[in-house]
Design a protein around this ligand. Structure first.
Ligand code: NOJ
Length: 523
């Protein structure tokens, strides 16, 4: 029905592979597990594309975001054949597969780094960022790891520090070395040649650093660019360790590589920047990333005014012809159901699926999985271990499928899942929620199905319209969307046909909003 490229009309579903479906019984999800659940994604839910967080060979210091071989599958997740089976099965259901590309850093166990650290004159020394200590032996500059502490690790053997923006087991690659660029793009070709449809670029704006590695200035005022507490990292203005203008040339190269493939390949960048202009810069002249992820709603207070302000700012910042994107939950942020409150999840779903652009839905948010409290001393996540209270384990708990053993996540008799289920898993699971005609899961299904059939939602303009206090209302093409953020009845005073209410019943009218209700109205 529309002539837009596939990636503009798709809805992305993010899978954290450790947590989706375990087929081997070790309590950890795997690629065959994802394959076995594709009917759920394609038919039950009606998703267009899946993005899988890293599944490459890895010591798992950051659960796969520490890649030891970019062209492999970690045995924990399966084999390359399992990957091919998955890809074919995704395509057989007319869905797309997006993989995670982690260019900023490799594992310290990647053979490139093993060579690089072996001696100062190794040919791969310059593939990473090595510097001498300061005369007093301290790190070369004041950069702080995103997981707190210095972003430098001293290597006793060669007497220099290497840069590691995340954990010491994630060494930053030196993208100013053309050999690194070539090797990384070669590894990317491996997946594109296999037929993957797109990439999600991990911390895309971190890759190029200030060539002089200048000290970052201290932050002035409060500056929150990320939703969890990043400790000391938040005390600096990140002028020199990320957001370097040279990133743009890199993404033009990546885009040229993607554009050399048919059918069309897609890129979405993980870009956390508070400055809208800088953020929108990653569209380039529509010749860089297809989309920078827009995380502003993840960091927004949950009020109609705050949401409207952020949507308006994004719409204004995006260059002509650029396409928006919206995210509510990720594997790095506290669960949406806990942030917004479970009674608000229906309007959050309607918001996500009726804004202009590409929505990304984090697995389990369709069940309103809550953030699982995991005490600091039990956190597996490196961020949580370094900064008690900031752990990400709580948003990565296993998908809950039914009320059988381990919520259907693992086969019967398996090891305990790597992270605990929610306390209410016997009720909070796909099978139970499918059977409840008014569940959030059935609302997601209705929204996804309606979105597919609606040109207004796929391509219509966005314009905020006047609404009573506590309500956010906007036009999308021929449609009006109204969301009630309060627990009161609100007079809306519109006329027209309600095409979908978050209550999923027949009692909705355009004249009023019931508590926490969202409506799509044909005025
Ligand atoms: C961003 C990823 O989303 C996060 O999970 C990871 O820890 C860091 N990048 C480092 O790769």
């Amino acid at each position: 029905m529309s002539t837009q490229p596939w990636w503009q009309t798709t809805v992305i579903y993010q899978i954290y592979p450790r947590s989706f479906q375990d087929t081997t019984g070790n309590g950890i999800g795997d690629l065959p597990g994802i394959t076995s659940r594709l009917d759920y994604l394609a038919d039950t839910l009606g998703i267009g594309a899946i993005w899988i967080s890293p599944f490459y060979r890895s010591p798992m210091a950051d659960f796969g975001y520490d890649v030891a071989d970019y062209v492999s599958v970690d045995p924990l997740f399966g084999t390359i054949d399992d990957f091919d089976v998955l890809l074919d099965a995704v395509h057989a259901r007319s869905m797309k597969l997006i993989i995670d590309w982690v260019p900023n850093h490799s594992s310290d166990e990647h053979p490139w780094f093993v060579e690089s650290r072996s001696s100062r004159d190794n040919p791969k020394r310059d593939w990473y960022v090595w510097r001498d200590p300061k005369p007093d032996g301290s790190p070369p500059n004041n950069w702080i790891s995103a997981f707190t502490g210095p972003a430098w690790t001293f290597d006793e053997n060669t007497g220099q520090y290497y840069l590691c923006t995340f954990t010491p087991k994630q060494a930053d690659l030196n993208w100013r070395n053309p050999e690194v660029q070539e090797a990384m793009l070669d590894d990317l070709r491996f997946w594109l040649d296999r037929g993957v449809d797109g990439i999600r670029v991990d911390v895309a704006h971190f890759v190029m650093k200030d060539p002089e590695l200048r000290d970052n200035p201290r932050a002035t005022g409060t500056r929150t660019t990320l939703s969890r507490n990043h400790g000391e990292y938040d005390e600096y203005e990140h002028l020199y360790d990320k957001g370097h203008p040279d990133n743009h040339a890199l993404y033009r190269d990546v885009r040229a590589l993607l554009d050399s493939y048919r059918p069309e390949r897609f890129s979405v960048g993980e870009i956390h920047l508070a400055d809208w202009e800088e953020w929108a810069g990653y569209y380039g002249d529509l010749d860089e990333l297809h989309l920078p992820f827009n995380f502003s709603l993840v960091h927004s207070p949950w009020t109609p005014n705050d949401i409207a302000k952020r949507v308006g700012a994004a719409e204004a910042a995006i260059p002509p012809g650029g396409w928006p994107s919206y995210v509510l939950g990720t594997h790095d942020d506290p669960r949406t159901a806990t942030r917004f409150g479970s009674e608000q999840m229906p309007i959050a779903a309607m918001l996500l699926l009726t804004l202009r652009g590409v929505p990304t839905l984090y697995y389990g948010d369709e069940l309103a999985l809550p953030e699982r409290f995991i005490p600091a001393e039990q956190q597996l996540d490196p961020h949580g271990r370094n900064l008690p209270g900031s752990g990400r384990d709580g948003c990565r708990t296993p998908m809950q499928w039914d009320d059988s053993f381990s919520a259907g996540f693992s086969p019967s008799g398996a090891d305990a899942p790597w992270l605990p289920l929610s306390d209410d898993w016997v009720e909070r699971n796909v099978a139970r929620h499918l059977a409840d005609p008014q569940s959030l899961l059935n609302l997601y299904r209705a929204l996804l199905s309606y979105r597919k059939s609606s040109l207004s939602l796929q391509a219509g303009d966005y314009a905020q319209i006047a609404a009573p206090d506590g309500c956010l209302a906007y036009k999308r093409g021929e449609l009006t969307v109204a969301l009630n953020f309060t627990s009161d009845d609100l007079a809306l005073g519109l006329t027209g046909e309600v095409v979908l209410s978050t209550y999923l019943d027949d009692a909705a009218t355009a004249a009023r909003l019931r508590p926490h209700e969202g409506l799509i109205i044909e005025v």
